[in-house]
Design a protein around this ligand. Structure first.
Ligand SMILES: [Zn+2]
Length: 327
């Protein structure tokens, strides 16, 4: 009996030891990702310094020579936007994992060899699904990604992107709201995020305003009303000629105040045909109709090309309908 009891005790000890080992593996595993991410992020410059001039951003008009070409690439239910100015190129998001072949083919067909900037707006799969493949296939100078450390994102898609960037010996650059960058003769400012802690991952979205001559464009990722309000509170002038509507035309985004402040001449929605998320919604499309804003949408028109010569904006297609999927 005594022997049996001893065996039982040793089995229990083994089980407890096993649990402890598993717990250590789990904790170390999670920290590994977070540490790797930390090491992958460039030092963030002080927000306070950047905030000084924030309200004076975005008003400068410079003379330009040549065209700015924006392709809102049809990646189904997701975002991927290619922006070219002369020899310079930038990619905002890389669609879903499913769109890999089409996306890479599209980028190669435009003779892209190197990006000045890649932006991963936020960690959702419909925005960074094939971004690891883009990172693997193309050279780039800078890759922006929001500081999502407080959100403790542990998805495989995100991990793939982190590893792809690490394999290239590159680091993420954390966006600083208000900071300005050049893309050839175009300039863009980071408008959001302005915090490093949000409940919704969508609000981590990097939002930029790009100026080319007299024309301007806002790209929103999936930023929701909360982020739109933060932008409104931080900037006096956020007018833009073309607005890529946030979150695929969902009700979570495109608040009336934001739309009124941006006052776009044209709107673009990147959205999948017959998507299961019911995007875009009636609420959003009614606002477009009410404000008489033509809407270019990838589910109806495929890849949309928009060209600016610094004064005039032209699209390769007529606008789409105001049809909607959900409320
Ligand atoms: Zn999305």
């Amino acid at each position: 009996m005594a022997r049996k009891e001893k065996r039982n005790t040793s089995s229990i000890t083994q089980i407890i030891l096993g649990i402890i080992v598993l717990a250590i593996i789990f904790i170390v595993g999670n920290n590994f990702d977070l540490d790797l991410l930390k090491n992958l992020t460039n030092d963030v410059e002080s927000n306070a310094l950047e905030n000084v001039d924030r309200k004076q951003q975005n008003n400068e008009v410079t003379n330009v020579d040549g065209n700015l070409i924006i392709d809102y690439i049809n990646v189904g239910q997701g975002d991927s936007i290619l922006i070219r100015q002369g020899e310079h190129a930038m990619l905002i998001d890389g669609g879903t994992t499913e769109c890999k072949e089409e996306l890479l083919e599209c980028l190669k067909s435009k003779n892209i060899t190197k990006f000045d900037y890649i932006i991963g707006t936020h960690p959702h799969e419909d925005h960074i699904g094939s971004l690891d493949d883009v990172v693997n296939e193309f050279e780039f100078d800078t890759i922006f990604f929001p500081d999502v450390s407080s959100a403790r994102v542990t998805t495989k898609t995100f991990e793939n992107l982190v590893l792809a960037v690490a394999n290239k010996n590159m680091k993420f650059t954390t966006p600083v709201s208000g900071k300005e960058y050049s893309l050839g003769e175009a300039k863009f400012n980071i408008l959001a995020p302005s915090s490093t802690s949000y409940q919704s991952l969508n609000n981590y979205s990097i939002v930029i305003k790009l100026n080319y001559g007299e024309n301007s464009f806002i790209f929103t990722g999936d930023a929701e009303t909360l982020s739109e309000t933060e932008i409104l509170n931080s900037y006096d002038d956020i007018h833009a000629d073309v607005l890529k509507l946030g979150h695929h035309g969902s009700t979570t985004s495109s608040s009336k105040k934001f739309l009124n402040a941006v006052s776009p001449k044209y709107a673009v929605i990147s959205v999948g045909k017959d998507n299961t998320y019911n995007h875009p919604t009636k609420t959003t499309m009614d606002k477009m109709l009410e404000l008489n804003i033509p809407v270019y949408r990838t589910d109806e028109l495929g890849t949309i090309e928009c060209i600016s010569d610094g004064k005039n904006i032209t699209f390769n297609t007529s606008p789409g309908s105001y049809d909607y999927m959900g409320d």
